[in-house]
Design a binder for this molecule. Structure first.
Ligand code: ADP
Ligand code: ADP
Length: 232
């Protein structure tokens, strides 16, 4: 479960202060897919980055699976982040590493042995449909394939939570559909809680259980997807 309680985030100070999040309250039950939708600059990226403390909230609390993230020491935070995978709009793959070695990276950083890494990485590549691309480099892949590699990498450390920051925004509609399908199956088969942000209604309609609307740093709606889109 993810719980944000009175989370505010201010960038800068004085007359340059930007109030990116204003007392956001949000509860995401375990195993659900929750979408946060809003215009550019509304605070979506800040919100999702506050969950794994890539941004530190100015005030408020963030708990993931019962752990209060803002209170963790550096080493504890690194541990906690193994339980929270993240994918990005531009994939953030390492161009000098093969597909296999990109997915292996988090496991290497955790100090796992080569044999154990192989046992983990190959089934992940299988799951995302890229077993035959293990020795290729990111530049040899399509956008959809790159995002599949990023998804496999995000799942390598067996997270309970997957954060998706505009994960399909750089993809064409057909590829978007196939990536959303993959995320849905990850949610259903692995029980992973997914928090995704997007500016596209279609993404929310297609896979989210619940949706929040963020506007000018404030959550202004929080509803079942069906209710949200049929509301008068
Ligand atoms: P979204 O993801 O919805 O486009 P962001 O969370 O990126 O929104 O941005 C929310 C607000 O915070 C915007 O006004 C943006 O300009 C500002 N902002 C985001 N990151 C920073 C930063 N590192 N420093 C200063 N202002 C920032
Ligand atoms: P997906 O929808 O499976 O995530 P894409 O839509 O990007 O991936 O690609 C659809 C299919 O076309 C893939 O199975 C892939 O093998 C092939 N393909 C697309 N672009 C390329 C490319 N640049 N190099 C090799 N194969 C590609």
């Amino acid at each position: 479960m993810i719980e944000l309680s009175n989370v505010s985030k201010t960038y800068g100070s004085g007359k340059n202060a930007v109030f990116a999040l204003k007392e956001v309250n949000l509860t995401i039950p375990k195993g659900t897919i929750h979408g946060v939708i809003g215009l550019s600059g509304a605070g979506k990226s800040t919100l999702i980055r506050c969950v794994n403390l890539l941004e530190r909230p100015t005030s408020g609390s963030v708990t993931v699976d019962g752990q209060e993230m803002t209170l963790l020491k550096r080493s504890e935070l690194n541990q906690a982040r193994h339980r929270i995978g993240m994918i990005f709009q531009h994939f953030n793959l390492l161009t000098t590493r093969t597909v296999f070695d990109n997915v292996a990276l988090p496991l290497e950083l955790m100090g796992q042995k080569r044999g154990a890494i192989k046992e983990r990485v190959l089934p992940l590549l299988e799951m995302v449909g890229l077993a035959d691309k293990a020795q290729q480099y990111p530049a040899q892949l399509s956008g959809g394939q790159k995002q599949r590699v990023a998804i496999a990498r995000a799942l390598a450390s067996k997270p309970n939570v997957l954060l998706c920051d505009e994960a399909t925004s750089a993809l064409d509609p057909q590829t978007t559909g196939s990536i959303l399908e993959l995320l849905r199956s990850i949610n259903q088969q692995l029980g992973i809680t997914i928090l995704l942000i997007t500016h596209e209604m279609e993404v929310v309609k297609s896979i989210c259980h619940r949706v929040s609307l963020i506007s000018d740093g404030k959550l202004v709606e929080d509803a079942e997807v069906g209710d949200f889109f049929t509301a008068p």
